[in-house]
Design a protein around this ligand. Structure first.
Ligand code: XMP
Length: 335
């Protein structure tokens, strides 16, 4: 039980004492942990912090712009945005195996991040949003989860850079990181977002990843999320549900929700014509620990509205299905 303003004051002093007048680099992913770390470090040392934001082209709709607005525009944080979409798409061309895709995206990420970091020759520190559960987890290892943290391979940087690690969230649990983020002025909606995997849409496009598929998926996913947020939740709170407050809408009543692109074409009708277009699956789950999960019993009207909107608004998609598989035996992601 700790007092937030006091905690921030203490954390800020600790960071200042640690880095002095040195320059710090941080890899911003758009995720909660790296965002909160960035906000905290910026509070402590301002312009001594430079963030590198690698856009792999597999982010959600407008996510890159949102990150830049939030940090560069609103908070005045120095952020270098690297648009590496073509580079990632090139490396992923022809690759269909999920684990292979993860490896490529992870390796490419390190490559791009290091290349950009190497230009910041004055930097002495690499900051990461490592939180307490990551510390425990990396002691155990062996999970397929490859988060932003494992991307930041200090070993890949030039010898003379030898960065020291700055991990100001190391002692915090996720819920504490979120509270800290809100206290530092990050938007509530951002801080309480569903988890998003490091490989992004790369594991939500089944099989080969193409920019065309990612563009269709992004739009379908955004419609789904918007409707979940805009639909009031009136049910009972799911026992053991991982949320402080009672959910107000279906986004808050689910632990993770997203669209998945299926590279399968099916026949449809539109006006007088026939369509032959791709399918998206909607996935929404409720879970406490993400090790097991139930599919969310979303209201049929909500599902119908999402389906209509996707098919009407996203040319190239003509069929929407809902995933009713639990975990186990299915996983949350489709790959
Ligand atoms: P599964 O699909 O294994 O997912 O039931 C459990 C949780 O882990 C997330 N996930 C990942 N996160 N890199 C990540 O950072 C990954 O490669 C990855 N694969 C799955 C998934 O989104 C869910 O929250």
């Amino acid at each position: 039980d700790w007092n937030m303003p006091d905690y921030i004051t203490e954390a800020v002093e600790k960071i200042r004492a640690q880095v002095g007048t040195d320059e710090v680099i941080l890899g911003l992913s758009g995720g909660v942990d790296s965002s909160v770390a960035a906000a905290l470090i910026h509070r402590a040392i301002g312009d001594q912090l430079t963030c590198v934001f690698v856009d792999h082209g597999l982010l959600r709709l407008n996510e890159g712009e949102m990150v830049m607005d939030m940090f560069a525009k609103n908070l005045g944080v120095k952020v270098i945005r690297v648009d590496a979409t073509d580079q990632f798409m090139g490396k992923l061309a022809g690759v269909t195996d999920p684990e292979q895709k993860r490896k490529i995206i992870g390796a490419e990420f390190v490559e791009v991040f290091n290349a950009e970091s190497a230009k910041l020759t004055n930097a002495k520190w690499l900051a990461q949003g490592t939180i307490y559960p990551d510390v425990i987890e990396s002691a155990g290892k062996g999970k397929k989860g490859q988060t932003i943290k494992s991307h930041h391979n200090v070993g890949g940087l030039p010898e003379h850079m030898k960065l020291k690690l700055l991990e100001p969230l190391r002692e915090l649990f996720k819920d504490e990181v979120r509270k800290l983020g809100v206290a530092l002025g990050l938007p509530y909606e951002m801080v309480y977002r569903h988890p998003f995997p490091g490989p992004g849409l790369g594991v939500r496009i089944l099989g080969e990843v193409k920019k065309e598929y990612a563009d269709l998926l992004r739009r379908a996913d955004a419609i789904f999320i918007e409707e979940l947020r805009n639909t009031a939740y009136e049910g009972v709170v799911v026992p053991g549900f991982d949320q402080d407050a009672a959910p107000r809408n279906w986004y808050e009543a689910t632990s993770q929700a997203f669209a998945v692109f299926l590279p399968v074409k099916s026949v449809g009708v539109m006006g007088d014509g026939r369509t032959y277009d791709y399918v998206v699956a909607l996935r929404a789950v409720q879970t406490q620990d993400f090790m097991t999960a139930h599919w969310a019993h979303l209201p049929h009207e909500l599902l119908g509205r999402v389906s209509n909107r996707i098919i009407n608004e996203v040319r190239g998609l003509n069929r929407v299905v809902y995933d009713i598989s639990g975990k186990p035996p299915a996983t949350i992601e489709w790959e």
